[in-house]
Design a protein around this ligand. Structure first.
Ligand code: NDP
Length: 287
C-alpha cells in the first residue's frame, strides 16, 4: 500500500518557514505585499482567491484584493495592473485565471512587471526557468518538487513521466524535473502507446484535467504517483486525474486529491512573494 503524501501538512510547514522569514523581514521595515485581482464571479476562482488571502494572513503579508465585475474592459484591467506595478508596497501581482471571455489573458500577464510576476507566467520568467535561473518558481510544479523532497524521494536518474504539456503545469514541471537530473518524458493527447510510456515511470506526474484518467494498469509497481488534477466527477465530488483505488495498491507514494498538490501551489506563491519583496528591497541573498 502506498504512502499518502500529506500536502496540507507539508504546505503548512513551508508557510511556517515563510512566516518566520517574514517576521525577520518586517524587523528590517519590509512587509511583503501581494495584490490579487479577480474578474467576474467564477466560484472556483473565488475559492482560490479566498485561500490565497488566508495564506497571506497566516504568513503575515499585506494582501489586497481587487474584485472587478465581468463587464471590466481590457483597458481598465491593464490600467489596474499598471497602477499595481508602480506601487512599491505591492511586491507581487496575481491576476486569477480564467478571465471572462473577451479579455486577453496573455496581454494581461505580459503587462505585469516581471519582477512582480509571482505566478511566473510572464515570458521573461518562463525563459529564466528554462535556463535554470529560478527567480520565481512555477508554483504548482515547484510544489510537486517540494512534496517529493519532503519524503526524501530522489529525482536524479529517475524515469519521470509528465502527463500534460500546458504552459502552467506540464512544461514547467518537466523543466524542474530535468533541472533535478530526472530523465523526463512529456506526454500529451497525441502520444502513442501512452500506457507503455507511463509504465516506464519511476515518478509519474498527472496533469491532464480528466477525472480518473490514470488507472492501475498504467503504473509500474513501486512508482511515485503525483496527481495535479483538480476535477469534479459525475457526482460533483472533487477528484484528481488518478483513479486512486486502482493506483494506490501499486504505488510506493501517492498524493490524494484534495490535500495533495493543491495546498502546495499556495505555499509556493507565498514563497515567490517573499522572494519578490526581498529582491525589490535589495535584501535578496541570491548570488
Ligand atoms: P490543460 O487543459 O491546459 O492541459 C491538459 C494537458 O493534458 C494537455 O497538454 C493535453 O494534451 C493533455 N491531455 C488531454 N487529454 C489527454 C489524453 N487523452 N491523453 C494524453 N494527454 C492528454 O490543463 P492544465 O495543465 O491547466 O491543468 C491540468 C489539471 O491540473 C487540471 O485538472 C487542473 O485543474 C489542474 N491544476 C491544478 C493545480 C493545482 O494547484 N493542484 C494548478 C493548475 C492546474 P494536448 O496539449 O495535446 O491537448
Amino acid at each position: 500500500m502506498a504512502i499518502r503524501i500529506d500536502g496540507k501538512a507539508v504546505s503548512l510547514a513551508v508557510q511556517e518557514r515563510i512566516r518566520q522569514e517574514t517576521e525577520a523581514l518586517k524587523a528590517k521595515g519590509v512587509t511583503p505585499g501581494l495584490a490579487v485581482v479577480i474578474v467576474g464571479d467564477d466560484p472556483a476562482s473565488r475559492t482560490y482567491v479566498n485561500n490565497k488571502k488566508k495564506a497571506c494572513e497566516r504568513v503575515g503579508f499585506l494582501s489586497e484584493e481587487y474584485a472587478l465585475p465581468s463587464t471590466t474592459s481590457q483597458e481598465e484591467l491593464l490600467d489596474l495592473v499598471r497602477e499595481l506595478n508602480s506601487r512599491p508596497e505591492i511586491n507581487g501581482i496575481l491576476v486569477q485565471s480564467p478571465l471572462p471571455k473577451g479579455l486577453d489573458e496573455k496581454a494581461v500577464v505580459e503587462a505585469i512587471d516581471p519582477r512582480k510576476d509571482v505566478d511566473a507566467f510572464h515570458a521573461e520568467n518562463v525563459g529564466k526557468i528554462m535556463i535554470g535561473d529560478f527567480q520565481f518558481l512555477p508554483c504548482t510544479p515547484a510544489g510537486v518538487i517540494e512534496l517529493l523532497d519532503s519524503q526524501g524521494i530522489a529525482i536524479e536518474g529517475k524515469e519521470c513521466v509528465v502527463l500534460g504539456r500546458s504552459n502552467i503545469v506540464g512544461k514547467p514541471m518537466a523543466m524542474l524535473l530535468l533541472h533535478r537530473n530526472g530523465t523526463v518524458t512529456i506526454c500529451h493527447s497525441r502520444t502513442k502507446n501512452l500506457k507503455e510510456v507511463c509504465r516506464r515511470a519511476d515518478i509519474l506526474v498527472a496533469a491532464v484535467g480528466k477525472a480518473g484518467f490514470v488507472t492501475g494498469d498504467m503504473v509500474k509497481e513501486g512508482a511515485v504517483v503525483i496527481d495535479v488534477g483538480i476535477n469534479r466527477n459525475e457526482q460533483g465530488k472533487l477528484c484528481g486525474d488518478v483513479d486512486f483505488d486502482s493506483v494506490e495498491p501499486k504505488a510506493s507514494f501517492i498524493t490524494p486529491v484534495p490535500g495533495g498538490v493543491g495546498p502546495m501551489t499556495i505555499a509556493m506563491l507565498m514563497q515567490n512573494t517573499l522572494t519578490a519583496a526581498k529582491e525589490q528591497n535589495g535584501l535578496s541573498n541570491r548570488e
